[in-house]
Design a protein around this ligand. Sequence first.
Ligand code: HEM
Length: 458
Amino acid sequence: MPPSSQPPTYSAAVAPGALPLIGHGHRLLRGSAEYLASLHLHGDLVAVRLGPTTAQVPCHPDLLNQVLADHRLFDKGGVFYDRARDVAGNGLVTCPYRDHLHQRRLVQSAFRRSQLERYSLAVQAEIASATADWRPGRVIDAFPVFHGIALRTLGRALYSTAIDAEQARGIEHAFDTVLNGLFRQMFLPGPVRRLPLPSNLRYRRELAYLHDATRQLIATHRSAAEAGGTGAGGSEPDLLAALLAARDDDGARLTDAEVHDQVITLLAAGTETVAATLTWSLWRLSQHPAAAEQVRTELARALPDGRTPGWADLPQLGAVDRVVTETLRLHPPGWLFTRVTTAPTVLAGRALPVGSTVVMSPAAVSRHPAAYLAPAQFDPDRWRPERLTPAARQAFLAFGTGARKCVGDLFARAECVLTLATLLSRHRLVPEPDADLRPVPLATVLRPRRLRLRVAPH
Ligand code: HEM
């Protein structure tokens, strides 16, 4: 057989530098996604220690795709998903294989294209109201501002009306504590997690608040629907109404507890991720004048009258879309998820017994030299159709792939593109000198420690 037709072989290695007790935790603490992105230098499948657990990290795009293609063998579980269930219960992100198909069909029915078009009105309304008073000279703290906008946008899409500002602030604060505590909780042994330490108490208090707030939001929606407003009973079904009404082929529907878990899942999965994408995109554009100029030219052509763009404008916003894709490649907001093997298997020649932890990290493959030329460079044009290669597409896993691929990917993309197009067609956003782009250590969603942007005229 000629060498080129032989099946490729993959190497397995052990990451150097583990410390007693914390394993490679210190590396992740300091370098988070950057550390994972560097692991391919050791091998295609690299074993790291996450606290007490040994985890296998597929660092070659082929291997990660192989894992994601078999969601029965590599099921949701392991250190990340065990803790994520504290937050999202048995919702669509966290549920195991056996519950997935039923839940996916029902939730997916709320994300059809026709519905996305309607949710994009929520994006338009929220971005218009959130930025109405932005004037030159104003300084915004990017991530928290975009998180607030994303939360209220999802609130509008879920419930037809805006979430009350005070409640939105409470939920934002609670997510901040919970999502940032989650990775720390992941590294702590069970007995330490149960100690009444201030950080553990804060985590539990904010988690309880999130569950209460979600219960209240659903109850308010049900009573508004029963009173004949919009939502479940009205003519404009919103996301929550779609979830409440969803039936699968056998007529089965989501139980109340499942709806609760789905709502909290969507709020957890669909707000900080979007805020981080917007924050990193604006940072990258501020550092790449040629890409920024391409975006400005496109916006001048697509939105000459300064109106707020909507769903129908998306096909004209290709340059903005490529900025979002390239930003997601370099800074995937969800950077570390886990799987657990449900049967013995072999990966990259390494035997994995039942119960082995496998890491799903888009960051571990998205700078792989087999997939991208100059992989560390920000180059949105690599996503132009004429330059796009199958290898590049396969290594882009910011939304995952296969059966467990992000259900909100099109919504998220539309939200990011429309928000950036609205902002950049009206303003220049210039980083303040105190920017600190190092990722927040162990945050669930990869984001910079500080990026304040000054609103400037064009
Ligand atoms: C830029 C924004 C987003 C990114 C980068 C992102 C990323 C991801 C990734 C990587 C996964 C797969 C996780 C795994 O395989 O373990 C996922 C799943 C999921 N995401 Fe997103 N997401 C984003 C926005 C959203 C939005 C806006 C929503 C909903 C409103 C959402 C809802 C979900 C759900 C429900 C799942 C689970 C799907 C399943 O298992 O069937 N995400 N997301």
